[in-house]
Each structure stands twice: as C-alpha cells, then as structure tokens.
Design a protein around this ligand. Structure first.
Ligand code: AHG
Ligand code: MN
Ligand code: MN
Length: 336
C-alpha cells in the first residue's frame, strides 16, 4: 500500500535528508499553509460568509480592494506574526512592510505575499489564489525596513502559491524541485499529490490578455502574430490561447501541462514596466517555474536576477515552457 505523505512529513524529510530547510523555515511554511487553509474555507463559503464584494478602500497601487483581499491579508498577518520565525512581512495590500509587534519574539525571515491573486474573479466563482515568497533578513540588519526586502529573486529560500479552485492546492519549492499538495477538506490535512512537477519544454498554448494588443510594443506584437499565424506561419504549428486572469490559475495550468504566460509592459503607462509586481508575484512564480524546468524573463533578462528598487515595483513577465520563453525573449533582441 502506498503511504500518503503529508506536508509536515515532506518538509521534515527535506530538512533531514538534504539539510535544505532549517526548522524555523519549516515552521514558517506550515503556518503559511495553515493560513491558506483558512482562506480556502472562507473562499468555499463565498456569499454565505459575506466575503464577496468590495471593501470600500484602495491599495497603494490605486486598485479597489475586495473584502477578500483584506480578509486574506489579515489572515496571513495574524497567522504569522506570533510564531517567532519572522522579522517582517510585506504584502500587495499594505503600503509599507509590517514589522513584528514587540510583544512577540522575532526571527530571521522575511515573508512577502499577494494575499489574494485574481481579485476580479472573486465575485464570479472562478479560481483565485495566494502567492508567497520567503527571504532572509540581510546580514547585519536588526531592524527590518523596506530596503531589507529589496533582494533579487535568486535570494529566495522558498516560494509557493495556493490555488482555491475545484480542489485547493499548495504548490511549493524550497529550491529542490516543486511539490504539489492537495487539501483534504474533511480532515484539514495537506497531502503530497505530485512531487517533481515538470513543465514541458515545448508547448502549443499561450496566455496573454489580448485586449491590450493595440498597446503592446513591437516584439510582443510580432511574437503573438506569429503564434496566431499557426501551422502556415513561421512557427509552423497551431497554438491555442487560455487566459483565466488569475495568475495562480494560469501558472498552475502551465506547471501542469506547459504553456507560456505573458504580461508585457505596454504603451499605456510608459513609466510602469507591466502590471505584475516583482517581489510577490513575478519572483515567487519565477522561482517555481525555474525549479520545474521552465524559464522566466522580462523579455531581456532573467526575472530572478532583477535588482528591485522599490517594494511594489512592477515588471514585464514572460514565463513557462523554456523554448517559448527563449523565443519571445529572442524577439525582443534589445528592443523594449
Ligand atoms: P491581483 O488580483 O493580485 O491584483 O492580480 C491580478 C493580476 C493577475 O492575477 C492576472 O494575471 C492579471 O492581474 C489579470 O490582468 P487583466 O485584468 O489585465 O486580465
Ligand atoms: Mn496578483
Ligand atoms: Mn492580489
């Protein structure tokens, strides 16, 4: 009989066998998983729990906050602030980092998150999720501030996302491949359901918000035109298009069966390089995609090598199946 492996057992074994994760990091990841479980239960109750609709506020990026954006943010803060493993947290929904209150012990890790990804899908019962990234407090820093979070994605110790879909899943990397856990809603346990997720190098599926086509820069216009030209075009095959508008759901599809996800910079807001945020969307997803054998760039360079200058900095994103990400990066060839 195949014995099921729980999230705890998976993490303990990673700690024991490969000495990959210190006990404090394991605790942190288990607490994040617990918070995601709580968010999942709220999402599952939907209107019965009064969680749909707008919160009546805006975040620092000028986006209208949904009730669930705020609830998920508070759930992650409350779950993580008292355990003693964190120095500070940063979130899409908070202007500035949240330092651990003085009544609690402090640890050496920094947690960053997009508490609720895919906000436009909350009220229409389509898959949404949570994205998170773990960094270490830089050496010699005792009081964490915004600067402490401005590390390249290659410094991440762990990253993951939860998808609140037909099943609730937790997809996680500690830098040794990618594992997927499924939540058993009856017992409240996470069980390993796929170890060593691998993104196929080739794909016939792409994901982009095509309604922005008129705003795209030339390289993206050319690349998408070539994809759409199909079998008779320069790429010699027919492609299919999928766009959920929840990054977690689109990336999860790509982690499962391949594809390329794109959110390019465009001419609408020349000062902003794209829509997605580097530190708590692109970096954790880039880490997971690379750990699954895929590739992640901003059209010019590896996302995980970009030195952030601000907490809520945005970045153009091309990630997923290696050969397509290489191709679209090649189309850029020095152009923006
Ligand atoms: P968030 O809900 O955290 O603000 O993120 C939404 C993001 C991402 O999940 C998705 O890929 C993208 O925005 C959708 O953008 P469009 O509205 O342009 O489709
Ligand atoms: Mn998001
Ligand atoms: Mn969000």
């Amino acid at each position: 009989m195949n014995k099921q492996i729980s999230l705890t057992q998976y993490l303990v074994e990673k700690q024991r066998e490969k000495n990959l994760i210190p006990a404090e990091l394991r605790l942190l990841l288990e607490v994040v998983a617990r918070a995601c479980k709580r968010i999942s239960y709220g999402v599952g109750k939907g209107d019965l729990a009064g969680i749909l609709g707008e919160a009546g506020s805006e975040n620092i990026q000028g986006e209208v906050q949904k009730k669930l954006d705020v609830i998920a943010n508070e759930t992650l803060l409350e779950a993580n602030e008292w355990g003693g493993h964190l120095a500070a947290m940063a979130s899409e929904e908070m202007d500035h980092p949240y330092t651990i209150p003085n009544r609690y012990p402090k640890g050496e890790f920094l947690l960053l998150f997009d508490p609720l990804d895919g906000s436009s899908n909350i009220d229409v019962n389509v898959s949404i999720g949570t994205i998170f990234s773990v960094l270490r407090l830089p050496e010699g820093v005792h009081v964490p501030e915004e600067q402490s979070f401005l590390q390249t994605g290659s410094h991440q110790l762990a990253a993951g996302y939860a998808v609140y879909g037909p099943s609730t899943l937790l997809v996680l990397t500690v830098g040794d491949g990618v594992a997927c856990f499924t939540l058993d809603r009856e017992t409240g346990s996470w069980w390993l359901t796929t170890d060593g997720m691998k993104i196929p190098h080739d794909t016939k599926e792409y994901a982009i918000n095509a309604s922005n086509a008129r705003h795209w820069h030339e390289p993206v216009k050319r690349y998408v035109a070539d994809l759409n030209a199909g079998r008779d075009g320069p790429l010699g095959k027919d492609y299919n298009m999928r766009w959920v508008a929840s990054m977690v759901a689109d990336i999860h599809r790509i982690m499962t069966r391949g594809g390329i996800f794109m959110y390019p910079a465009d001419s609408r807001e020349p000062g902003k390089p794209g829509k997605l945020r580097l530190l708590y969307e692109a970096n954790p997803m880039g880490f997971l995609v690379e750990q699954a054998g895929g590739m992640a760039t901003n059209g010019h360079e590896r996302i995980l090598d970009i030195q952030p200058a601000a907490l809520h900095e945005r970045v153009a994103v091309f990630m997923g199946s290696r050969n397509e990400v290489e191709r679209v990066t090649g189309y850029h060839g020095g152009e923006s």
